[in-house]
Design a protein around this ligand. Structure first.
Ligand SMILES: Cc1ncc(COP(=O)(O)O)c(C=O)c1O
Length: 388
């Protein structure tokens, strides 16, 4: 048992009332009522663009400033100017990677990892194709952790960026962010983190860990569809953005924001950050650890877990296969029993390839709003399949 008031917590999420067991959190979390209310309230009471002298426009500017400050606290940034908003993590990464590489020289190197989502690989391979850069991909140890010896060996004097995830969205394995940052900085490279999968599970602490750039999407942590980026102030100022003339000189990460922002989503994000604060990281991680341990201890025989066998060094995101059954068939079986869990490679194919899983896996993703009863029910449906 954890100390999280689970019944009261779940009551806040109207979508959980339909009885479906939601294990698709890594694809996107559900949304609490205060976030829904904040989106509607913005559109009803303050909807306006920036730059006006009237109340609604000024209220929108105020909302943007306050949410930037809250997002900075959420990410662990030193200043609100280190936070930028965009369409989603992928779009922000394409934009930021273009800014970062604009002054790179042919032959400069970027390191990525086999734990990364394509959103933190494709922007680099595509920039490399345009600018004659070199991308090196670091592999995994057999237990699914990042091969840190290979990482250390691959980083060299031409390395300009080390791109890596806080945790894999496919198999849940977390990385040692501080150790990666240290390796990157030792050779003068930027530490470029994908926080997207990790963000609903624990605090990112970007500045404390020394990360230079981090991206994530708010719909993974109980907010609306909206991307967030952390860019260290000195780093943001050193790049020339592809930007409209009026915004080229915006401070910090805002230099990379394009056009009119989705203010109703920013209102929703503000409420989502309040929600996370109200629950607290301690209660969130405690609940996920309890649920994750229960799930791991109960995996029925016949099923194979791909990834770390305990809750140490991972999120409560589990990749499973049942020999003789395609992951998509297994996901359909779960759906028929009222369990929403996806199967496949989740745009994180490098990790599945490294583990010898060309078809990917069934992904069971637990968030703090899941219950022990849901874990037990899921295990019993998995057992139905493995026991024929
Ligand atoms: C680790 C990780 N990075 C990046 C992304 C891309 O996020 P978005 O589709 O919001 O851009 C995802 C989405 O699942 C993800 O899990």
């Amino acid at each position: 048992m954890s100390t999280l008031p689970i019944t009261a917590t779940r009551t806040l999420f109207p979508a959980l009332a339909d009885g479906t067991i939601r294990l698709d959190g890594p694809g996107g979390s559900q949304t609490p009522q205060p976030v829904l209310d904040a989106i509607v309230d913005y559109l009803v009471t303050r909807n306006a663009n920036l730059g006006g002298v009237f109340t609604h426009s000024q209220a929108t500017a105020d909302l943007l400033a306050r949410t930037r400050a809250k997002a900075a606290a959420f990410l662990g940034a030193a200043s609100p100017t280190e936070v930028g908003f965009g369409f989603n993590a992928t779009a922000l990464n394409f934009t930021l990677s273009r800014g970062a590489t604009r002054a790179f020289q042919p032959g400069d190197e970027i390191v990525v990892t086999a734990l990364d989502h394509d959103a933190n690989i494709a922007p680099w391979t595509q920039a490399a194709a345009d600018l004659d850069l070199v991308v090196r991909k670091v592999g995994l140890n057999p237990d699914s952790t990042l091969d840190m010896a290979e990482l250390a060996a691959v980083i060299g004097e031409r390395t300009r960026i080390v791109a890596f995830p806080y945790a894999s969205n496919g198999i849940g394995t977390a990385t040692d962010v501080a150790a990666i940052v240290k390796l990157a900085h030792a050779s003068g490279a930027l530490a470029w983190a994908d926080l997207t999968h990790y963000a609903p599970h624990a605090s990112g602490n970007v500045a404390q860990l020394g990360v230079d750039v981090a991206i994530c999407s708010s719909y993974k942590f109980f907010g609306p569809h909206l991307g967030l980026a952390y860019v260290k102030q000195s780093v943001a100022q050193s790049w020339a953005p592809h930007q409209l003339p009026h915004a080229v000189h915006a401070p910090g990460a805002a230099r990379f924001e394009h056009g009119t922002l989705p203010f109703e989503s920013i209102a929703g994000l503000s409420a989502a950050l309040d929600y996370v604060d109200s629950v607290g990281w301690e209660a969130i991680t405690e609940q996920e650890t309890v649920l994750g341990q229960r799930f791991l201890a109960g995996i029925p025989s016949g099923w194979q877990l791909h990834g770390l066998p305990s809750m140490v060094g991972r999120t409560a995101t589990f990749a499973l296969t049942l020999p003789g059954h395609h992951p998509a068939e297994v996901a359909k079986h779960l759906a028929a029993h009222g369990i929403a869990a996806s199967a496949g490679r989740f745009h994180a194919g490098s990790g599945f390839d490294a583990l010898g899983l060309p078809d990917g896996a069934l992904r069971i993703g637990l968030l703090h709003y899941n219950t022990e009863a849901e874990v037990d029910r899921t295990l019993s449906v998995l057992a139905m399949l493995s026991q024929g």
